[in-house]
Design a protein around this ligand. Structure first.
Ligand code: ATP
Ligand code: MG
Length: 409
């Protein structure tokens, strides 16, 4: 991608109303642009990061469920059936010009449960799991900290359906938890499994919390095994349910995922039943599994940055390579651009071919934070290119032919 033709402009001014690192760096770097409090444009550079995150999530969720896509606009009756038309304070309500009322989906139990009615009839149909990756709406009283708390944000939500509590338990422990761990590992995040209140239906739900200064949750981490507890259930000196130790360290976390055993809460409201082996009718049991993909993007920036800008983990970086062509070496740079695209793929190279100073190009490259920076300048000998990893101190000058080998290793 030629930077001179890209829908991108970095900026020197920091957002005046948001001091979080992710808001500052993502807005200055030209990844996102604020439209209103808690609502952002994802500009081309930011969309590439979000899509890489969501594709990792998709690949891991495909192993434990089927992708579908549900609407944003929900019938009011469904939310009345579960008591959440009145009971959920962050529900966005929309009135049409014809006097009808709708909800904008903050989560999708009210849609997925009736959807399962036409699929689930017999015990032979179970277990099943579906998920989607979608835009959610919540009328948050305080949207803040950039992508960490939006009013419009993206979430992956998966729902599982079971014929028994044992089957739900097994799916939860042996499918959902390993899939979540695989996602966070690939994203380069150390997400702590955290016991949190699970409402009235099970003792705990589990959150995944990433330690971050700007996190809104207070968590207690077991000094021995890293199992965590959310503040609301934590009791001083409590035994760790995993290892039995009683010493905990208090810290701040940002919730990047939350998984629940819903049991029969929503299936009862919609009378979602199945016929069991003995011919009797039973209520289906459900689990739900959320993961905030835009919040994850914000958390990654909170974790991976320095004074100059973002340092993207390779798996989610907007481009693999940032090629800077400096003044006096334009033609050579254009040739290197072709070669580098051949090696790393047409879409993985951002080529700074703008007519601006070397200083501006270097500063922008550090701010944007692409993992590998290549420089072609009059100082670099013909046939060679200067390579620097974003988080390395020093660059090295290497023959172009060796690039693939060096960058891939
Ligand atoms: P929080 O406690 O942070 O308000 P929640 O517990 O209400 O979140 P869930 O209903 O568990 O959120 O949603 C699943 C996931 O969606 C969360 O773990 C989080 O990653 C993400 N998420 C929830 N609310 C927001 C938001 N306002 N902005 C961005 N991501 C969000
Ligand atoms: Mg939650």
């Amino acid at each position: 991608m030629r930077q001179s033709k890209y829908f991108l402009k970095t900026s020197k001014t920091t957002p005046s109303d948001d001091i979080s690192i992710n808001a500052k760096l993502l807005e200055q770097g030209g990844f996102v642009q604020k439209v209103l409090a808690g609502v952002y444009d994802f500009l081309p550079l930011g969309l590439r990061v979000l899509q890489k995150i969501e594709n990792i999530v998709r690949e891991e969720m495909d192993k434990i469920g089927n992708e579908m896509f549900m609407p944003v606009l929900h019938p009011k009756e469904n939310w009345e059936k579960t008591g959440r038309w009145q009971g959920l304070d962050v529900l966005f309500k929309v009135k049409s010009q014809h006097g009808n009322e709708y909800a904008l989906g903050p989560t999708h139990e009210e849609i997925v449960t009736p959807a399962a009615q036409s699929i689930v009839a017999s015990y032979k149909d179970l277990p099943l799991a579906v998920y989607q990756i979608q835009t959610k709406f919540r009328d948050e009283p305080r949207a803040k900290s950039g992508l960490l708390r939006g009013r419009e944000f993206r979430m992956k939500d998966l729902y599982s359906f079971h014929s028994s509590a044992e089957d739900l338990e097994e799916y939860y422990n042996k499918k959902a938890i390993p899939a979540y761990e695989a996602v966070y590992k690939r994203l380069g995040l150390n997400a702590l499994l955290t016991e949190a209140s699970g409402g009235t239906f099970s003792k705990y739900s589990h959150e995944y919390q990433v330690e971050t200064e700007n996190g809104e949750d207070t968590i207690y981490v077991c000094e021995k095994c890293n199992l965590s507890k959310n503040k609301e259930i934590y009791q001083e000196g409590a035994e760790c349910t995993n290892c039995g130790k009683t010493t905990w360290r208090e810290t701040k976390g940002s919730e990047v995922g939350n998984i629940f055993k819903l049991q029969d809460k929503y299936s009862k409201a919609f009378n979602l039943q199945f016929t069991d082996k003995d011919g009797s009718k039973k209520i289906v049991l459900m689990g739900c599994y959320g993961l905030g993909t835009t919040r994850v993007m914000g958390v990654i920036v909170e974790k991976f940055n320095d004074a100059k800008g973002i340092i993207w983990p390779e798996a989610v970086a907007p481009f693999k390579v940032h090629l800077l062509g400096l003044s006096g070496a334009e033609e050579r740079a254009a040739k290197v651009y072709k070669e580098v695209k051949n090696v790393f793929g047409e879409s993985e190279v951002l080529f700074d071919d703008r007519e601006v100073s070397a200083g501006v190009k270097f500063a922008d490259a550090d701010l944007i934070g692409i993992p590998y920076r290549l420089v072609v300048s009059p100082k670099v000998p013909e046939g060679q290119v200067e390579v620097k990893k974003r988080n390395a101190e020093k660059s090295e000058t290497v023959p172009i032919g060796n690039l693939a080998h060096i960058l891939k290793k």
